[in-house]
Design a protein around this ligand. Structure first.
Ligand SMILES: [Ca+2]
Length: 373
């Protein structure tokens, strides 16, 4: 049976280098932070007015973001292990559940659960063998004592041989701690969404069709989602039943891998279901007509939670558990709020890093260099 913690968590439920400047470009490319690509920034339409979207993705509004570096892939188990070995960081899932924190997220008067239900653990995907009521997430999520980033499916599992899979079971504060250690930060939702679009403005980062009808990837799956009937019949047509190694699918227009599907990505922003409506109003009142480098709302609001104003952070991109019947969130505009202390088997993250604007050479160049005489 779900523990109270489970119940809460469930409810909470590059442009080409210039030929003329190729020598300089090579020099600058060598300065790029390892494993990161330059996202040029610019003005774009954030959110959507498409009726095939969820209400919290609407309305569309104009946003401008400065350029930044972004990790090509989600942070992997190997990368996270290096962080833990260097710092001794103990993730939220490896600590006992703090009842004093948890009680703020549940209706007043909720009794404290037995101590054994507050033991360290996390939510593991446990698919049922038959169709279930899709309103009841406890039918496929199981609070599992001993599940954490090192043991993604519980005490008897491990990440051996899975070094290049995205780390999961990381709470927001774990992700933020990793980013600080790496000299990076979590992206804002606006930065993440801009980057996920890959320079385009289509329903999916690769085009309008889930499976491209033409071009170099015609007929191929472009992301790791849940194919079949969620949650009981996983056809694995995209090659993966659970999390896929990073770089399993083609990169987007900026060279970013698996921005949608595979694992949700934490972002820096607090989550409000109505954030886009607020932002559209702010943009309309601005002389520029857009919001510039928005950093998210100052408070949270999520009417789907038992305590709607409990702080939540925005997650983006959907995961290997997203399916059209339930949660078609493998789109740049899709968004979901999650309690920052909740890691699960399908939430990971990637980091960004500020840098000086590159010059006309394009994606290469962390710092501007004087032009060659
Ligand atoms: Ca899949």
């Amino acid at each position: 049976m779900p523990t109270i913690a489970l119940a809460i968590a469930l409810l909470a439920s590059p442009p080409s280098d210039s030929t003329a400047a190729s020598g300089a470009a090579t020099t600058r490319l060598e300065q790029a932070p390892a494993g990161m690509v330059w996202i040029p920034g610019g003005e774009f339409t954030m959110g959507t007015d498409d009726p095939r979207s969820f209400p919290n993705e609407r309305p569309a509004h104009r946003v401008k973001v400065d350029g930044f570096w972004m990790d090509e892939t989600a942070v992997t188990n190997a990368q996270f292990r290096a962080f833990v070995e260097a710092t001794g960081h103990v993730t939220v899932a490896e600590r006992a559940v703090d009842w004093e924190e948890l009680r703020k997220q549940v209706p007043e008067g909720t009794p404290k659960p037995p101590d054994e239900m507050l033991a360290p653990g996390s939510l593991v995907f446990t698919p049922p063998d038959r169709a279930v009521d899709l309103r009841d997430m406890s039918a496929w999520w199981t609070w599992t004592t001993g599940a954490n980033w090192r043991r993604p499916q519980g005490p008897n599992s491990s990440i051996e041989g899975k070094e290049d899979l995205p780390v999961v079971h990381v709470a927001w504060e774990d992700a933020a701690a990793y980013a600080a250690w790496a000299g990076k930060r979590l992206p804002t939702e606006a930065e993440w969404e801009f980057a996920a679009r890959g320079g385009g403005d289509t329903r999916y980062p690769w085009g309008e069709s889930f499976i491209p009808k033409d071009g170099p990837h015609a007929g191929k799956f472009m992301a790791n989602t849940f194919t079949g009937e969620f949650p009981h019949r996983n056809t694995k047509e995209d090659g993966f039943a659970l999390v896929a190694p990073v770089r399993s699918f083609p990169p987007n227009g900026y060279g970013l891998y698996e921005m949608v599907g595979n694992v949700w990505n934490w972002t820096a922003d607090l989550y409000r279901s109505d954030a886009h409506a607020d932002r559209k109003r702010i943009a309309a009142e601005s002389p520029t007509g857009c919001c510039i480098n928005p950093r998210g709302p100052v408070s949270s609001h999520d009417p789907t939670r038992p305590v709607p104003d409990t702080p939540e952070r925005v997650t983006k991109g959907g995961s290997y558990l997203c399916n059209p019947s339930y949660c078609e969130s493998y789109r740049a505009t899709a968004r979901r709020g999650m309690p920052p202390d909740t890691g699960t088997e399908h939430i990971g993250f990637r980091c960004v890093k500020d840098g000086a604007k590159p010059n006309e050479v394009g994606k290469t160049g962390e710092a501007p260099e004087p032009r060659a005489p």
